[in-house]
Write a protein that binds this ligand. Structure first.
Ligand SMILES: *Cc1c(COP(=O)(O)O)cnc(C)c1O
Length: 386
C-alpha cells in the first residue's frame, strides 16, 4: 500500500526517494558492479549489482508503492520483465493471452517458450463464459492487457481475475498503456503487474526498461530469484532516468489524455475516418467497464481511413507527427500495426482479431493540440485518392 493518499504525490515522494547518506533529494546513480565487503560474510547490504543496486532498488520500491503492490522489480526492457514473469511457469503449463496482446508477448510465447513446452491459447477475455470455457486443466496463468493494443479492447480486470482465481490461475496484467496513475490492476485482483516502462513511465522516448510488481511475499521471492538467476536487470543510469520520468507522470498524463480526447473527437467527426477506437469515447466497446476500472480512457487511439484514402501517402505526408514504433513519449507518434508492432502475429490471426491493413495507431503527445490536429488534417487531405 502507498503511504500517500494521492498518486500525484506518491510519484514524487514514493519508494526510497531521498539518499539516506547525504540527504540528496535524488537517489544517486550508483554506477558500480560490486561492493567492498568488510570481512567474510560481512556485507553492507549489497554484494553485486545484478543481485541488488541502490538506484535500481529506489525505482523498484517506487513502482511497488505506486501499484499498491508488495515488491517491485526492474528489468532491461518490458520483454525482459514479461520473460521473467513467464519463467514462473513449468513445461506442460499453458498460459491464456488476450487476443490483442502485445506482439512481442505473443512472439516470446510462440517462438521461445515454445522450446520449453510452455503453451498458449488466445483467449477471449471480453466474454466471461467463453473465457471460462477456455480454462483447461493445464492452464496456469492469464495475461491481460486493458485497453489492449491496437483496437483498444477493454477487459473487465476484476471479473476476469475472479473467474481465473476460481481455477487457481496466476493473473498477470500488462499495465503499460494506463500506468498506475490511471489504473491499478492489483487493486482489481491481479497478482502481478508488468510494464514496458519504455512508454509512459519513462515518458521521453530515451530509455528502454521493464518493471514487474507482485502482490505477495511468495511471488516476490520467486521473481527475485528469477531476476538474479537470469540477469535481465536494469542498469543504474537507466533506473535514474526512469525515476526522473515517473516524477512528472501525472502532469504529462493529464495533458496526454486531454489531447487524446480532442484527437478522438476530431477523428470521429472527420469524413475520411471509418472507425475510431478509443475507450474514452462513450460510443466505444469498453467505455463503461473502462470508466469503472480506470481514471479515464488513456491516450492511445486507433483509427481506420476509408478505402479512398492511401495510408502510405498519409504516413509520408505527416510533418509534426512521426511514423515510429513505440508510444508514450512526449512527442506524437503514429504506427501501422499490421507491418510494425503486430507484424510478428501471422496474417490470418491478425485478420481474425481485427487488425486490418488500414489500421493506424496514434500515440498522442503533449504538443499543443491544434498543431497535432492541423498535421493530421493536412496529411489526411493529401492522402485522398482523387
Ligand atoms: C512496448 C510494449 C511491451 C514491450 O516492452 P519493451 O520495453 O519494448 O521490451 C510490452 N507490452 C506492451 C503493451 C508494450 O506496449
Amino acid at each position: 500500500m502507498s503511504r500517500f493518499e494521492h498518486t500525484e504525490t506518491a510519484l514524487i515522494h514514493g519508494g526510497i526517494s531521498i539518499d539516506e547518506r547525504t540527504g540528496a533529494v535524488n537517489v544517486p546513480i550508483y554506477q558500480t558492479s560490486t561492493y567492498k565487503q568488510d570481512g567474510l560474510g560481512k556485507m553492507r547490504g549489497y554484494e553485486y549489482s545484478r543481485t541488488g543496486n541502490p538506484t535500481r532498488e529506489a525505482l523498484e520500491s517506487l513502482i511497488a508503492e505506486l501499484e499498491g503492490g508488495h515488491k517491485g522489480f526492474a528489468f532491461g526492457s518490458g520483454m525482459a520483465a514479461i520473460t521473467a514473469v513467464l519463467s514462473l511457469l513449468h513445461s506442460g503449463d499453458r498460459v491464456l493471452i488476450s487476443s490483442n496482446v502485445y506482439g512481442g508477448t505473443f512472439r516470446v510465447l510462440d517462438k521461445v517458450f515454445d522450446h520449453f513446452s510452455i503453451n498458449y491459447t488466445i483467449a477471449d477475455t471480453t466474454d466471461l463464459s467463453v473465457y471460462e470455457s477456455q480454462i483447461t486443466s493445464d492452464v496456469k496463468a492469464v495475461i491481460i492487457e486493458s485497453p489492449a493494443n491496437p483496437l483498444m479492447t477493454v477487459t473487465d480486470i476484476r471479473a476476469v481475475a475472479e473467474v481465473s482465481h476460481k481455477h487457481g490461475l496466476l493473473v498477470i496484467v500488462d499495465n503499460t498503456f494506463m500506468t498506475p496513475y490511471l489504473q491499478k490492476p492489483l487493486e482489481l485482483g491481479a497478482d502481478i503487474v508488468v510494464h514496458s516502462a519504455t512508454k509512459y513511465l519513462g515518458g521521453h522516448s530515451d530509455v528502454v526498461a521493464g518493471l514487474a510488481v507482485v502482490n505477495s511475499e511468495d511471488l516476490a521471492q520467486k521473481i527475485a530469484f528469477i531476476q538474479n538467476s537470469t540477469g535481465g536487470v536494469l542498469g543504474p543510469f537507466d533506473s535514474f532516468l526512469l525515476i526522473r520520468g515517473i516524477k512528472t507522470l501525472a502532469v504529462r498524463m493529464d495533458r496526454h489524455v486531454y489531447n487524446a480526447g480532442k484527437a478522438a473527437e476530431f477523428l470521429t467527426a472527420h469524413k475520411a475516418v471509418k472507425n475510431v477506437y478509443y475507450p474514452g469515447l462513450e460510443s466505444s466497446q469498453g467505455f463503461e467497464i473502462n470508466s469503472r476500472q480506470a481514471k479515464n480512457g488513456g491516450v492511445m487511439i486507433s483509427f481506420e481511413l476509408h478505402e479512398n484514402y492511401d495510408i502510405r501517402r498519409f504516413f509520408e505526408s505527416l510533418e509534426l507527427v512521426s511514423l515510429a514504433e513505440s508510444l508514450g513519449g512526449v512527442e506524437s507518434l503514429v504506427c501501422h500495426p499490421a507491418t510494425m508492432t503486430h507484424a510478428s502475429i501471422p496474417a490470418d490471426i491478425r485478420k481474425k482479431v481485427g487488425i486490418t491493413d488500414g489500421l493506424i495507431r496514434l500515440s498522442v503527445g503533449i504538443e499543443q493540440i491544434d498543431d497535432i490536429l492541423a498535421d493530421l488534417s493536412q496529411a489526411i487531405e493529401k492522402s485522398e485518392i482523387k
